[in-house]
Design a protein around this ligand. Structure first.
Ligand SMILES: *Cc1c(COP(=O)(O)O)cnc(C)c1O
Length: 428
């Protein structure tokens, strides 16, 4: 098993040195607990691995994985940049202290208002279509904006169809064959394109598809340099580095991965005489995925046609199992290393039968009142949560070296009603 499960002298699960049971008592459940040191460690490990082979290496945290300001601030302090996919993410990133020059905005199906907002913010804009380029060129202030294009190479990869963002079925990016013409068009419209980008998918745990994407994007970069006379300041391979979710999966050997990618990168730079552009990656999951657990309490044990353990979180809190069929490892916070004795379903509290965290999961004895820890809940977890079933969103707590701080308060019933209005004619 490639998870780092830590326990204290009582045998209880600890997160960032703090007892999970004490956190649940103090802050109530369901509760997201984020380990600050783990995020820093993930960032440093990735940064060191790549920059030791290619010094001009940059990380742009894909903040849609978790946009909590404290999480973003941790990465800002580490020196990260941001991959933002919406104006809201640009707004949040600026508030977290990221310089506009360290924010790359990669929108999809972007409106004119959104383009104007991005231009005003001074961030770099990574364009996804010819339509966007043409509309950007009509914004007078856009002239000096640093732009790049997202290219869709004919390769995709990912843990689920919904997470494959390259290849012929994907809605993202411009086509490989049109790249040269699109860069020429950008120059004709008065822009100075400085970068090229791709992002082929998410949850990639095996280097091969990623290597293929690097190879393809470098070949395209070579053609664009030749055919459109573009000098690249940066080449960005997107995110997608996976983490193990099941006990069988192994961590990607990041040093080996970095060596393979940077070698290929440098070979291709010299093959096409591309100079020394910054090499960029946009990890989301890799930085924050394993830094958080979701604590949830069992309130019901039911022997129906099957045996269920019912908990106080649901797909409104953690959508991935329902949305992607994703596996999340679940342990008893009181004895995380206990051997399984049974197979049970672990179900949430939402009124939909798809609301299951696990089907037929091997678990030790589970009783009502027990605290469960759903592991690897740091990425696409809180950020995908909702108020469905009129359930206030859970709280987020940050732990570091025995200190815990609430970084997002638990919502209240009143939060369910903000922004709603009942027309006066309905009030009798
Ligand atoms: C979602 C996304 C990422 C991050 O993906 P991960 O799998 O979390 O690393 C990076 N770049 C872009 C453009 C994205 O949309």
């Amino acid at each position: 098993m490639d998870f780092d499960l830590k326990t204290n002298e009582k045998g209880n699960l600890t997160i960032g040195g703090t007892d999970a049971l004490e956190l649940a008592d103090q802050y109530k459940t369901p509760l997201y607990v984020i380990d600050e040191e783990r995020i820093k460690y993930n960032y440093k490990r990735l940064y060191t691995a790549f920059s030791s082979y290619y010094s001009d290496f940059k990380i742009f945290y894909a903040c849609k994985a978790n946009t909590n300001l404290a999480v973003m601030k941790i990465l800002e302090n580490e020196g990260s940049g941001i991959d933002a996919v919406s104006p809201g993410e640009i707004y949040t990133s600026l508030l977290a202290g990221f310089e506009p020059s360290r924010i790359l905005y990669t929108g999809n199906n972007v409106t004119d208002e959104e383009l104007k907002f991005a231009v005003k913010s001074g961030v770099r804009i990574n364009l996804d279509s010819v339509s966007q380029l043409k509309r950007l060129s009509k914004i007078p202030e856009a002239k000096g904006t640093k732009i790049s294009f997202r290219v869709n190479p004919m390769v995709g990869a990912g843990h689920h169809d919904h997470c494959i963002t390259g290849g012929p079925l994907s809605k993202f990016g411009i086509m490989e064959e049109e790249a040269v013409d699109v860069y020429k068009m950008a120059k004709d419209l008065g822009f100075k394109p400085i970068g090229i980008h791709t992002h082929i998918g998410s949850g990639i745990i095996n280097p091969e598809p990623f290597m293929l994407a690097v190879r393809t994007l470098m070949d395209i970069s070579g053609k664009v340099k030749e055919g459109a006379d573009v000098k690249f300041d940066f080449i960005d391979f997107g995110g997608g580095i996976g983490i193990p979710y099941t006990p069988e999966e192994r961590k990607l050997d990041i040093k080996d991965f970095a060596e393979k990618i940077t070698t290929l990168y440098q070979d291709k730079l010299s093959e096409y005489d591309l100079g020394k552009p910054s090499m960029c990656l946009e990890p989301g999951r890799y930085l924050v995925g394993d830094a958080s657990v979701l604590l949830t309490r069992v309130n019901t044990i039911k022997q129906s046609y099957r045996k269920f353990a019912g908990v106080d979180a649901g797909f409104n809190t953690l959508l991935r199992p329902t949305m992607y069929g994703s596996y999340h490892h679940i342990v008893l916070a009181e004895k995380p290393l206990a051997e399984p004795t049974q197979k049970i379903d672990i179900a949430g509290d939402v009124c939909e039968s798809g609301d299951l965290f696990a089907r037929d999961r091997s678990m030790p004895e589970v009783k009502e009142g027990d605290l469960l820890a759903i592991l690897n809940a740091g990425a696409y977890a809180f950020s995908m949560s909702s108020q469905y079933n009129s359930r206030p969103k859970a709280a987020e707590v940050l732990v570091s070296k025995d200190v815990s701080n609430i970084i997002r308060e638990r919502e209240t019933f009143a939060d369910l009603l903000t922004k709603q209005n009942v027309p006066v004619r309905l009030l009798k």
